[in-house]
Design a binder for this molecule. Sequence first.
Ligand code: 13P
Ligand code: 13P
Ligand code: MG
Ligand code: MG
Length: 385
Amino acid sequence: MGFSVEKTTISVIKADIGSLAGHHVVHPDTIAVATKVLAEAKSRGLIIDFYVTNVGDDLELIMTHRKGVDAPEIHELAWSAFKEAASVAKELGLYAAGQDLLSEAFSGNVRGLGPGVAEMEFAERPSEPVVVFMADKTEPGAFNLPVFRIFADPFNTAGLVIDPKLHEGFKFEVYDVFEGRSVILSAPEELYDILALIGTPGRYIIRRVFRKKDDEIAAVVSVERLNLMAGRYIGKDDPVAVIRAQSGFPALGEVLEPFSFPHLVAGWMRGSHHGPLMPVPQRYAKCTRFDGPPRLIGLGFQVKNGRLIGPADLFDDPAFDETRRLAQLIADYMRRHGPFMPHRLGPEEMEYTTLPSVLNKLKDRFTEVKGAIKAKGPKEKTEML
Ligand code: 13P
Ligand code: 13P
Ligand code: MG
Ligand code: MG
């Protein structure tokens, strides 16, 4: 007879359902109504516990339950919380009310309907530390660099070298958002192949990480790209990630360490600019300057019998002050490029563009340049990627 341990699922589901004074910050009334919906679900036993929060204009539902990943009743609960919050947003005239809810009807799963989802199911360890990262004004690929460093870079994660439980390494599931398919790669053996893909974060995104020796789930990132689903600009796909820490996984400090480097990410201002990812405490999780800079919060929980103990506001620490100051300097430096790349995204990634209409307007004014040779390679290369 097999002994089965009851498993816990943590589901982080988020959506921008409207915000106060532009794409800046959620309104407390929308947090209140989402809290009410989840509290009712908790009292009838559908979920075990929950925590509602925000980063910038994104409303974040953190839930624990026994239903596994992609459970229709959990997704439906999140959907109804977002719907109710969106109707409050409409009543208050909040900006872009209902922004991320692409459909009127729910059909069993919120994936594809607009919200971002990061879920994992596991048998709880006696002590189960979990970190939930939530970002605004960026995209899922923003987690590629830090997640790679957490699980594959020995200069970041000492445990890869000195902890026998981590020493074999981790497996990365890399998802191709354009084709909707993924590949599993193993670190350290395939480090360079992993990097060859995830260095293009607009297309190849680390979706999940597993511990190699037993396939235990270690991390999950929301990979939904709203704009690709909607086929038009309706906001960037502000992502979330869940990462397990300690005893057999990277230590909490190894999980946080990569965020001390404010790397450049896509999604600032109109989803069309690069800027530094600034890790902030919850109280600074609002996007102001040039609608940013892109913000990240990290909340630490202990999961115990499905209960969420915490959170600890992990970037509320002077140890990240210099990171924020550097991010601020980088923000200034990038801003001085104005409409020029690489501050502005490349034409294939811009969420807003006037390029087709400008080209159309000028089409009769372009004239052939005598003796000029037309390029082949670079154009084909752009199309290939
Ligand atoms: P664990 O082996 O319990 O994860 O501890 C690692 C540690 O001490 C972090 O600094
Ligand atoms: P969000 O994707 O966070 O709604 O931001 C949209 C935007 O264009 C900000 O400048
Ligand atoms: Mg918004
Ligand atoms: Mg947002």
